[in-house]
Design a protein around this ligand. Structure first.
Ligand code: KIV
Length: 284
């Protein structure tokens, strides 16, 4: 198992041109697999709303849900850099509320950093959280919590004006002092410019190859989320197919009396069956 990376090691990886690997995880087993695979960072994303709870989006996700999932991931991956994702309405109302909720991620779940969506419009929140001594990852481009304002889950930065807005958001986040930046669904041309300009790790999900590292949603990677698959996803396994086939076989086995078999049974201890038959009156 490689040594745990902190924010300084992640910055060093950028300087050395080493790609940073990042995946979401929401539960103990998945985070265990990711740690065994040697992942550098785990995001306990509010995408858990769709991937775990079956909500139509991320908006209904609560702080308490995020904390429970972060705790499970932390237990599974004590040596991985874990980022807690601030859910909708955990930071939008005031700087104080943002700091209080960011603090919960560290105090209750032991994460290494928090992530929040938005650029220029959330700069005072980012500064307030940083002032509390918490490592911050900005998240701009397609920001799912405000996708209604973006006209849906649409890539950002595809026109000059939109690209300028993304660049301004990136600069504002860096100038506020954030240590990490995530670009979601942004053209590679724009992402590469930001990666070159900023000295902090610029990670991408759907932002092309010219960034310092890649994030994907583990449910897409393993094929457990079936509702839709974004263009930027590479599916590495079909666990939904594997799981459904296995469970279909179980249902058929039980119905046909093929399960359980002798090997799956706990028999009574020696001599105890005779005593039991005497007790039930079936001994003859
Ligand atoms: O919640 C999440 O998984 C995210 C990614 C979509 C970036 O924020």
């Amino acid at each position: 198992m490689p040594a745990k990376k902190g924010v300084l090691e992640l910055h060093e990886m950028k300087r050395a041109g080493e790609k940073i690997t990042w995946l979401t995880a929401y539960d103990y087993p998945t985070a265990t697999f990711e740690a065994q695979a040697g992942i550098d960072m785990i995001l306990v994303g509010d995408s858990l709303g769709m991937c775990v709870y079956g909500y139509p989006g991320t908006v209904p996700v609560t702080m308490d849900q995020c904390i429970v999932h972060c705790e499970a991931v932390r237990r599974a991956a004590p040596d991985v850099f874990v980022v807690g994702d601030m859910p909708f309405m955990s930071y939008q109302t005031s700087d104080e509320e943002a700091v209080r909720n960011a603090g919960r991620f560290l105090k209750e779940a032991g994460v290494d950093a928090i992530k929040l969506e938005g650029g220029v419009r959330v700069i005072s929140r980012i500064k307030a959280i940083l002032d509390a001594g918490i490592v911050v990852c900005g998240h701009i481009g397609l920001t799912p919590q405000s996708s209604g304002q973006l006209g849906g889950h649409k890539a950002q930065g595809r026109t000059l004006e939109s690209a300028q807005a993304v660049v301004e958001d990136a600069r504002a986040i860096y100038n506020a002092g954030a240590q990490l930046l995530l670009l979601e669904a942004v053209p590679p041309e724009v992402a590469a410019f930001i990666r070159d300009e900023l000295p902090i790790p610029v990670l991408g999900i759907g932002a092309g190859a010219e960034v310092d590292g890649q994030l994907l949603i583990v449910s897409d990677v393993l094929g457990t989320f079936q509702a839709f698959t974004p263009k930027f996803v590479k599916k590495y396994a079909d666990l939904a197919g594997v799981a459904t086939a296995a469970l279909t076989e179980y249902v058929a086995d039980v119905r046909a009396g093929r399960f359980p078999e002798e090997q799956h049974c706990y028999h009574m201890l020696e001599g105890e069956h005779e005593r039991f038959l005497a007790y039930t009156g079936e001994d003859g």
